[in-house]
Design a binder for this molecule. Structure first.
Ligand SMILES: Cc1ncc(COP(=O)(O)O)c(C=O)c1O
Length: 399
């Protein structure tokens, strides 16, 4: 019998990153458009709070669910900003980034063979964490013709007696689509009808453009009791390496299981990072808005460049920092293969530009490529200058 961990891949984006770093080590300038790691420095008040915590010797074990000051700050944020009904900070579990939150949520929620409906394409780690929790991912396609919005009828059709949960991610990685309130209301009604749990990953809640609102499904009538909401400070405050996220659930049994899982795995997030997180959440949120405007600028630079480039058609994202693009069948690298790695490899070799092959995001991602614009504006500008030309130069046989 195959070990459950052997079902998990080593990660396509990691492979791209390794190739880029190898080229960089050989002295080549590389552009990191494969990575969803915010380029910005840590907000200064967050760094100062962490330095102060170090000076104060706050380097001991903390409560495994998070220090009280952090859970209180999160409680204020999720009740006031997200509109979640959370009775008290004890319904919050601080996790080692959103990724750890995903792992413990699916581990706590699923019985062997339970099905979880998730979008396709989707960030690979979602399906993998469902598998690690003993479940079976059931992908439901997002379609370009529907602007990658959740297709509620298709979700309804995918429900079986084994379905335990519907996974929602908005803003969405990799398409950047933002779900509307109306769509989320329909999904909430569906979950209510079939008595399903909603798992809502809101890691990109603050990376959102053109004044679009972010709606938390857990705040909608009928969804409050059945939603487990996951958040991360990685993208909102450019704190990716500090590894702070959190899970919110009103369900006592889930909460109990989550508490057991954090105690037996991470036993609390790095204490210094938690003090930084308190400062991030309690201070004015100007830096977050400024970062979102800069991402929007980068999006537009890259959209304009890809509009000039042959073989790729980019979808304009309303949130997150990814340009999801369809590769034309005429792409010379497809000759005989239809393998989207050919474009990713070609762009690394010819221009030192990173990207992620669409097939890494699920079956429907085949024939697509994802460009991230989380790297610096200077890198995005340089990539924008290079991409149209380098794609124009592609000739049959590229790989
Ligand atoms: C959809 C989605 N959820 C969650 C995360 C978790 O990020 P972290 O573990 O840094 O909080 C990411 C990171 O890329 C993501 O794309």
């Amino acid at each position: 019998m195959e070990h459950i961990v052997d079902q998990v891949s080593l990660g396509a984006i990691v492979q791209v990153r390794d190739r880029l770093l190898e080229q960089q080590a050989r002295g080549r300038q590389v552009l990191r458009l494969e990575s969803g790691d915010p380029s910005f420095d840590l907000p200064p008040h967050v760094r100062e709070a962490m330095e102060q915590a170090l000076r104060d010797g706050l380097t001991h074990y903390t409560a495994s669910t998070g220090i009280p000051a952090l859970r209180a700050a999160i409680w204020r944020k999720v009740t006031q900003q997200n509109g979640l009904k959370v009775a008290n900070p004890d319904q919050i579990v601080v996790t080692n980034g959103g990724m750890n939150g995903l792992y413990i949520v699916f581990r706590a929620l699923l019985y062997p063979g339970d099905e979880v409906i998730l979008p396709d394409p989707m960030w690979t780690e979602i399906g993998e964490n469902i598998r690690l929790g003993g479940g079976t991912p059931v992908p439901v396609r997002l379609r370009a013709e529907q602007d990658y919005q959740y297709d509620v009828a298709a979700i309804a059709a995918a429900i079986t007696p084994r379905t335990r949960a519907i996974f929602i991610n908005t803003p969405h990685n990799p398409t950047g689509a933002v779900a509307s309130r109306a769509t989320l209301e329909q999904i909430a009604a569906l979950a209510d009808k079939h008595n399903l749990t909603l798992v809502s990953d809101e890691a990109y809640e603050h990376v959102i453009f053109d004044g679009k609102p972010h709606v938390s499904i857990g705040a909608l009538p009928g969804a409050q009791e059945r939603t487990i909401s996951l958040y991360s400070l990685s993208k909102t405050y450019a704190m990716s390496g500090l590894r702070v996220g959190y899970v919110v659930t009103p369900q006592p049994l889930m909460l109990e299981r989550l508490k057991k899982l954090v105690r037996c795995t991470i036993n609390g997030v790095n204490s210094i990072a938690q003090y930084g997180a308190v400062a991030a959440l309690n201070a004015p949120q100007d830096a977050t808005g400024a970062m979102a405007s800069e991402y929007q600028k980068r999006r537009d630079i890259l959209m304009d460049a890809l509009a000039e480039a042959p073989y790729v058609t980019a979808f304009k994202p309303a949130g997150a920092f990814y340009l999801w693009s369809r590769i034309a069948p005429a792409w010379p690298g497809y000759a005989g293969t239809r393998d989207d790695w050919s474009m990713t490899n070609y762009l690394i070799d010819q221009a030192g530009v990173g990207s992620s092959p669409g097939s890494a995001f699920g079956a429907s991602g085949a024939g697509h490529i994802r460009f991230a614009f989380a790297c610096s504006t200077a890198q995005v500008e340089r990539a924008a200058r290079l991409l149209p030309d380098v794609l124009r130069r592609a000739s049959p046989g590229v790989n």
